[in-house]
Design a protein around this ligand. Structure first.
Ligand code: SAM
Length: 237
């Protein structure tokens, strides 16, 4: 079954952009996922097809109009896909949410611009706000590309066996272990001995311990959650 993405934007030419290449591009050509872009400006008002207006209450910038955005949303076939507004105010996107989304029918993505979108259309159309991080982009298009990329690579058949995703960062609540490949020595730094020992159990144990060490050192938030789920685990060195 095709995973369906509809993207509502005033810059449809930004899609598929990088998602037309590499694994995502091949999966698009193969019909693993589909992409529909909706130009919000087609639903704008007046001879300039205006999509924005000044903020009620004053202040800088412009706000995308509720009626225009509502018409754009309503132009997309009503189905059971979640409607997501890319927004710095949204719930932070996690690998867990990406996995959920990739197992569903697809997503309708709304890309904000200017100061954002009139609150009333967010409520009236049941739109879920999603953030890709604690920083502010100039528009939701790049955030949508990020979300789509993360979902598409998890669709059946998109990644090779090599990248099953099971050991990747976040999949089990830990960051991933470090990687090495030939040459054996790079600028005086050898590959850790254990990785060339041929002992699969020891390699697996080393990787697990490195994943734990990196998570503890770099992401205390993830480490605390991991420890709560694995209370008997001893601390890595
Ligand atoms: N005035 C807004 C605020 O302070 O929260 C920022 C608006 S931003 C300039 C324009 C659009 O970029 C937003 O409506 C949203 O669609 C998108 N955007 C910006 N940062 C984002 C983020 N961290 N995650 C997802 N979307 C983001």
């Amino acid at each position: 079954m095709t995973w369906r993405a509809s993207v509502l934007t005033i810059f449809p030419e930004m899609f598929p952009g990088p998602l037309g290449m590499s694994l995502a591009g091949k999966a698009l050509a193969a019909g693993t996922w589909s992409l529909e872009t909706v130009d919000i400006r087609d639903f704008g008002t007046g001879i300039h097809r205006s999509v924005d207006d000044t903020p009620s209450g004053g202040g800088p910038g412009m706000v995308m109009k509720a009626d225009v955005v509502a018409r754009a949303i309503d132009s997309v076939a009503a189905d059971d896909r979640p409607r997501l507004l890319m927004s710095p105010r949204g719930r932070p996107l996690t690998q867990q949410r990406v996995i959920e989304l990739s197992k569903g029918p697809g997503a309708v993505l709304l890309c904000g611009r200017f100061e954002g979108i009139d609150e009333r259309v967010i409520e009236a159309r049941g739109v879920e706000e999603v953030s890709i991080g604690d920083y502010v982009l100039s528009g939701g298009e790049i955030a949508s590309l990020v979300l789509l990329d993360a979902c598409i690579r998890l669709l059946p058949g998109v990644m090779g066996k090599a990248a099953s995703g099971e050991e990747e960062s976040f999949a089990q609540g830990l960051l991933e272990y470090p990687h090495f490949t030939r040459p054996q020595v790079f600028e005086g730094r050898p590959i850790p001995e254990i990785l060339i020992s041929g002992d699969h159990a020891k390699v697996a144990a080393w990787r697990r311990s490195e994943a734990e060490r990196l998570t503890r050192d770099r992401r205390p938030d993830l480490w605390a959650a991991w420890k709560a789920r694995n209370p008997v685990k001893k601390e890595p060195n």
